[in-house]
Design a protein around this ligand. Structure first.
Ligand SMILES: *Cc1c(COP(=O)(O)O)cnc(C)c1O
Length: 369
């Protein structure tokens, strides 16, 4: 060893679900439909246009893209944000990193509720932040009774909370969201006496929520300790684009501008994302079909005698199996890749096309024999 790798990183494996070349991949919650021909043509033209000025650095404040994202959020959730209240980066993963760079760090704690997204702990590690978790209840909802006491004990700088949660699919009600935001008041880190915890609601799967389930965007106007993260990777069907974004108070967004790398969103990304957003009506139309696919998957899993976690997302966590690795491998041998994730005994499957869902059930039934 001649170069000084950080001891905390020694022996770690890079994050990532297996990327295997199999006929049916239902493991990372992507939208199974490729973009429409119209969207492809529009992106190609927009990228060609952006290429004419590639000798110049891009708009580092991506003003036009932020306005388009604000329009999209207004259409999707009914909440109209000022473009200055919107931030974006290369995937919501990078948005989260910006948040922790600005609000967490050495001596401060990031908190979440397990089981949850396995990347959160890595953002905490990479920003030299402490990491603390509270367990969810048996039905994967939050233990609201314990929350005020636990927040007063931990004093987290940032709470990362996915709704719908991954891998369980659990969405938060308005009552739960409000309870977390209220418990966060005054319980910010002790080096910033009297501060509130920043609550980040990760709505990567927000578009899949059931009718009547709120978006946390609705609470932004009344809570300046709230930030709501979204992504084009899931419902929007553009995981390859790498575009995640955030709605929050303008003051918070301005604080994120300090820690971003200069020109972090390339001119090509900005152009492609804006072109893709022009096709949001058609992209959003697929969501109804994917929701129906989810509900069908839940029913069929039940008819096989399996349990499912209640889900507002485009995936279903199901089980339980005495040996889930065995089921996972046997499903994979039949050409269907799902995900071995979540509490012991559970597996997760993403909603695919009707044919992919059928292939999954055929494989699962054989695997369970
Ligand atoms: C998939 C996922 C994301 C998306 O990350 P991107 O970087 O935007 O692709 C964010 N949060 C959760 C909980 C996810 O499952």
């Amino acid at each position: 060893m001649t170069i000084p790798y950080r001891p905390a990183l020694a022996g770690l494996e890079p994050y990532g679900a297996p990327q295997l070349d199999v006929p049916v991949t239902l493991n990372v919650n992507e939208n199974p439909y490729s973009p429409s021909e119209e969207m492809i043509a529009d992106i190609a033209a927009a990228v060609a246009d952006a290429s004419r000025t590639l000798n110049r650095y891009p708009d580092r404040d991506f003003t036009a893209l932020r306005a388009d994202l604000a329009d999209y959020l207004a259409a999707e959730s009914g909440v109209r944000l000022d473009p200055q209240q919107v931030w974006a980066a290369n995937g919501s993963n990078e948005v989260m990193l910006h948040i922790l760079l600005a609000f967490a760090g050495p001596g401060r704690t990031v908190m979440s509720f397990t089981p949850t997204y396995s990347m959160y702990v890595e953002y905490a590690r990479d920003t030299f932040s402490q990491w603390e978790t509270l367990p969810r209840k048996d039905d994967f909802s939050l233990d609201l009774d314990a929350l005020p006491r636990e927040l007063a004990r931990v004093r987290p700088a940032v709470i990362l909370l996915a709704s719908p949660n991954n891998p369980t699919g659990t969405a938060l009600s308005t009552h739960e969201l409000t309870a977390v935001l209220e418990a966060a008041r005054g319980n910010g880190p002790s080096d910033a006496a009297g501060s509130d915890c920043l609550v980040v609601i990760d709505e990567a799967y927000g578009e899949f929520r059931r009718d009547g389930v709120p978006s946390a965007l609705e609470l932004l106007a009344d809570h300046d300790n709230l930030a709501v993260s979204r992504t084009m990777s899931k419902a929007f069907g553009a995981a390859g684009l790498r575009l995640g974004y955030l709605g929050a108070a303008q003051a918070l967004i301005d604080q994120l501008r300090i820690v971003r790398l200069p020109y972090h969103l390339s001119a090509v990304t900005q152009a492609a994302a804006r072109a893709a957003l022009r096709h949001s009506t058609i992209q959003l139309a697929q969501i109804a079909a994917l929701r129906d696919g989810r509900d069908m998957i839940v029913q069929r899993l039940h008819s096989l005698g399996l349990e499912t976690a209640p889900t507002d997302a485009n995936f279903v966590m199901f089980g339980t199996f005495p040996d889930r690795s065995e089921i996972f491998s046997r499903v994979l041998e039949r050409g269907v890749l799902i995900r071995e994730v979540g509490p012991a005994g559970w597996l997760r499957v993403s909603v695919g096309t009707p044919d992919e869902n059928e292939a999954f059930f055929n494989a699962l039934e054989e695997a369970m024999r």
